[in-house]
Design a protein around this ligand. Structure first.
Ligand SMILES: NC(=O)c1ccc[n+]([C@@H]2O[C@H](COP(=O)([O-])OP(=O)(O)OC[C@H]3O[C@@H](n4cnc5c(N)ncnc54)[C@H](O)[C@@H]3O)[C@@H](O)[C@H]2O)c1
Length: 420
């Protein structure tokens, strides 16, 4: 481990590789670079300390640079013990950013690093999964009066924040960046769809065509995963607890059934619900020999791994991100220890995806500063116009143009007098 006053990273000598990877990321992050360029001129975040607990990847590196370009001071740690790209962490340390992260963090280090970010006394927190906000509320509430707002990146974080809001436990305003339409479309749907399948392929090198692929949860992420698995020729089965979503899956052409039935016929299982214990020991007991299980939801509690561990006759690591458990003399494989498979076994979302998500984060920070003291201690959404601005920036980055409404069309849509 390399340590300094402002960093703790795996290996500082990886910095030049991290810089190259960030250079590559930038090529596909045109929308965020446009925000960065404006920030360089306008400095909307001047004097603002921003503390981040995000996956430390090359794309996050570009967000960090964007916030700094806007005048902010930044401190960053990871939001998952397995998702840090060590070369990027080293590159950020090289650039003078306060960074505490390495891939494979112990639980102690994970929380020690979160506390390093808290010691930096952030005015704005950016979270992916709410651990930073939750730690501040639980153990450092004296810092809250100085905090302008927080920004949350993922569905699971929003669920936790809404629970805090309901209990009147939320003590500063939180912007639900996750709930931007652009974020759900590009990140949860297209991003998670592709990168989850990428993670499963890298971990196993299995052929999807002809396999029964079970997706648990048909939300934005689950829909993306199902679509991509189908594209590779898998027979996709969906399990759900929500009637509307289940109906959507059925009309999209997928088999819908209970997990207890899917468990018996599935070859590959992927949970992506944001809920816990979706695939339990009782389901694993009836699975086929060789069944492969993974998770792409935020936390590693969607598959009941502790119960499997207890019941298994043996466990061994057979590939880098693949553990074999012998259960009733059948082999059950767990990928990436049940953590987000797209980050544990692949590289997370492609840069272009994170460009839209992080436009949301950067603009949320700016919105927070502009509205300091005027936001309630609630989970709030960014105005629709900002979402539209992000979509526009991304279209521009893709070199696409769209029509503008004519005056006549605008009048038509606003009038109630014109009819048949
Ligand atoms: N892997 C990634 O990179 C990535 C990216 C974005 C979000 N996420 C995470 O993925 C998870 C899902 O996010 P989302 O945006 O799709 O959420 P969502 O709320 O749109 O969808 C979740 C779905 O799971 C269903 N569900 C809940 N309990 C279930 C159960 N017991 N069995 C079957 N289905 C059940 C819900 O009814 C819902 O339709 C969250 O944890 C989120 O944080 C991961």
């Amino acid at each position: 481990m390399d340590k300094g006053n402002h960093f703790e990273v795996k290996d500082r000598s990886l910095a030049s590789q991290g810089m190259k990877n960030m250079e590559l990321a930038e090529l596909h992050m045109g929308a965020l670079l446009k925000v960065k360029k404006r920030f360089e001129q306008e400095k909307p975040l001047k004097g603002v300390r921003i503390g981040l607990a995000l996956h430390v990847t090359k794309e996050t590196g570009i967000l960090v640079r964007t916030l700094i370009a806007g005048g902010a001071e930044v401190a960053i740690t990871g939001c998952n013990p397995l998702s840090t790209q060590d070369d990027v962490a080293a590159a950020l340390a090289e650039e003078g950013v306060m960074v505490w992260a390495y891939k494979g963090e112990t639980k102690e280090d994970y929380y020690r690093y979160i506390n390093k970010v808290i010691e930096f006394k952030p005015h704005i927190t950016i979270d992916d999964g709410c651990d930073l906000v939750s730690e501040i509320h639980k153990s450092h509430s004296h810092l809250i009066p100085e905090i302008i707002c927080g920004c949350e990146e993922t569905t699971t974080g929003i669920i936790r924040l809404k629970a805090m809001e309901k209990d009147n436990a939320l003590k500063y305003p939180m912007i639900a960046v996750n709930d931007n339409m652009t974020k759900h479309l590009v990140d949860n749907f297209y991003g998670t769809g592709q990168s989850t399948v990428d993670g499963i392929l890298r971990a196993t090198n299995i052929l999807f065509a002809g396999k029964n692929f079970v997706v648990c949860g048909y939300g934005s992420c689950g829909k993306g995963v199902a679509k991509r698995a189908k594209g590779l020729g898998a027979n996709v089965i969906v399990t759900e607890v929500d009637n509307f979503r289940a109906l959507q899956a059925a009309y999209d052409g997928f088999k819908v059934m209970k997990i207890e039935n899917a468990a018996q016929i599935g070859d590959i299982f992927c949970t992506v619900t944001g809920n816990k214990n979706i695939i339990r020991l009782e389901h694993m007991q009836v699975m086929k020999n060789g069944a492969i299980l993974c998770n792409s939801g935020h936390f590693d509690n969607e598959i009941e791994i502790p119960a499997l561990q207890e019941a298994a006759q043996s466990k061994r690591r057979v590939r880098e991100a693949m553990d074999e458990y012998l259960l009733n003399n059948k082999k059950i494989f767990i990928l990436g220890e049940g953590r987000l498979i797209n980050l544990a076994a692949a590289e997370g979302h492609p840069s272009e995806v994170m460009s839209t998500s992080f436009c949301g984060q950067a603009l949320a920070c700016e919105f927070g500063v502009q509205n300091k003291g005027r936001m309630e201690n609630k989970v709030i959404q960014l105005p629709r116009e900002l979402d539209d601005e992000i979509a526009g920036l991304q279209l521009e980055a893709m070199g696409l143009e769209i029509d503008q409404m004519t005056r006549e069309q605008k009048d038509y849509l606003e009038s109630w007098e014109e009819g048949t």
